[in-house]
Design a binder for this molecule. Structure first.
Ligand SMILES: [Zn+2]
Length: 49
């Protein structure tokens, strides 16, 4: 079964993206993504439940 990570905008905390989880990923993932709520590119971090 495929696992997904949810990416959260650091500025507005909206959960904007989902990305397939890589099996050997050890570090917390951070990505620059376009946030439609902030209307700009922001850092997105992995969402922890
Ligand atoms: Zn945002």
């Amino acid at each position: 079964m495929r696992e997904y990570l949810t990416m959260v905008c650091k500025e507005c905390s909206n959960r904007n993206y989902r990305t397939p989880k890589k099996t050997q990923q050890t570090e917390k993932l951070e990505l620059k993504k376009f946030c439609k709520h902030c209307r700009k590119h922001t850092d997105h971090k992995e969402y922890k439940k």
